[in-house]
Write a protein that binds this ligand. Structure first.
Ligand code: LAC
Ligand code: ZN
Length: 392
């Protein structure tokens, strides 16, 4: 990092490159700093209920290691088998269980690493409470490699979760599914996960996995995880068709494969990540349908709708690539403006990186962005770290 400062050479920190906003793409001449081989688990501490790891540890390896100690880490992005915990911290990754358990940043107790000018930092530790000064650790979380290089992470762990029930429901139309979801969220229970999938997502997974699901004819689907002690009141939820199944893990495999599967069935696609208040989901889904009707593309919303986080995908299934390249930014802008007009944000969990950067001024004021740039200048005075990401 010191040499990079001397030669004013960009450093682009990278885990396994699973990020969906292009944050790890070296679009400027510079050096990619791969942390993949910094993958040691440094310490599991059952008394303080923490784990300390290097950033290159694959998330599912971390989950397995603490499982052996009878502990649990709830954050489970769909890429858990191949993303790194460092990337999760850098992007503040979420996932299905965020609805009940929160996101990566809610579990980060301590960080060590290097600021942009090469000085070391050590922030927080095995501490459940720490309100001293400004929360620099929190600024690093989700900073997408623009403020520091993280070399050690201490996470808060939990005891294993209570027994859970997995419920899969099919619906005759998207709006029935959304109404059902909102009715579930209005009951006096806290779902662990509530994942919504339009029928087109299941068709794509069928094609990708080369299989057929007996319930894929429904127009919309909801995968619900609840504590076993909760009893859903189906009498006020008449529109759902319960799907019977033996193997909940196969259902999760469907859900986790959606992003890859939509890529598989499209000539090209883009993948947005807006979040709206859950009460605005019906309006958002209507807006996406309008966009589909008015364009030559399929605009669909799937994902963690229980917490309002919608992976809006635009699929190009039959248009020439040249036309797509012209239409795509226009469509993305309409989607982001739609989300913001409903009280939403432009990214719930994927971050800004390269792909969302042009849309930052739609969400933040000029003054907000000036303050962010001032923070960046303090952490990284020579603008070495991932210099072309988040904002220009
Ligand atoms: C998912 C990724 C795309 O939820 O965030 O499938
Ligand atoms: Zn997601």
């Amino acid at each position: 990092v010191k040499l990079a400062n001397k030669y004013l050479m960009p450093l682009i920190t990278r885990g396994t490159g699973t990020g969906k906003a292009g944050g790890a793409i070296p679009d400027k001449n510079g050096v990619v700093v791969s942390l993949e081989r910094m993958n040691r688990i440094l310490n599991i501490d059952p008394i303080n209920r923490t784990i300390t790891v290097e950033p290159g540890v694959i998330l599912s390896d971390l989950q397995e290691a603490i499982g052996k100690e009878g502990l649990w880490y709830p954050v489970d992005p769909a890429s858990a088998d191949w993303c790194t915990i460092g990337g999760n911290v850098a992007c503040n990754a979420g996932g299905p269980r965020a609805l009940k358990y929160g996101v990566t940043g809610d579990y980060v107790l301590g960080l060590k690493g290097v600021y942009g000018d090469g000085t070391f930092f050590q922030l927080g530790g095995k501490l459940l409470k720490d309100v001293a000064g400004y929360d620099l650790k929190r600024l690093l979380i989700g900073s997408e490699g623009t403020l520091g290089i993280i070399t050690s992470i201490t996470l808060k762990l939990l005891p294993p979760p209570p027994p859970e029930q997995v419920i899969w429901c099919g619906f005759d139309c998207i709006s029935d599914g959304i109404d059902f979801l909102i009715a579930v969220l209005s009951q006096n229970i806290q779902p662990t996960a509530a994942e919504f999938m339009p029928g087109v997502c299941l068709k794509a997974v069928e094609s990708y996995q080369k299989t057929v699901f007996p319930f894929s004819h429904h127009a919309a689907h909801l995968l619900l995880v609840l504590d076993a002690r909760y009893q859903l009141d189906y009498s006020i939820l008449p529109s759902c068709h319960r799907v019977q199944f033996d193997n909940p893990e196969a259902l999760w495999a469907i859900r986790r494969d959606i992003s890859e599967s939509l890529t598989h069935v499209s000539i090209s696609k883009c993948s947005e990540d807006i979040t709206v208040p859950v009460s605005q989901l019906p309006a958002l889904m209507r807006g996406l349908q309008r966009l589909t009707d008015q364009s030559d593309y399929v605009c669909l919303g799937y994902g963690h709708l229980g917490d309002g986080n919608v992976h809006v995908n635009v699929l190009n299934t039959d248009q020439p690539i040249e036309k797509w390249q012209i239409d795509q930014p226009y469509l993305v802008e309409r989607i982001i403006k739609l989300g913001i007009s409903l009280g939403g944000t432009l990214s719930g969990e994927h971050g800004i990186g390269l792909t969302k950067k042009p849309y930052m001024p739609l969400y933040f004021s000029e003054r907000d962005i000036t303050i962010m740039k001032g923070i960046k200048a303090q952490f990284d005075p020579n603008h070495i770290l991932n210099p072309s990401k988040v904002f220009d």
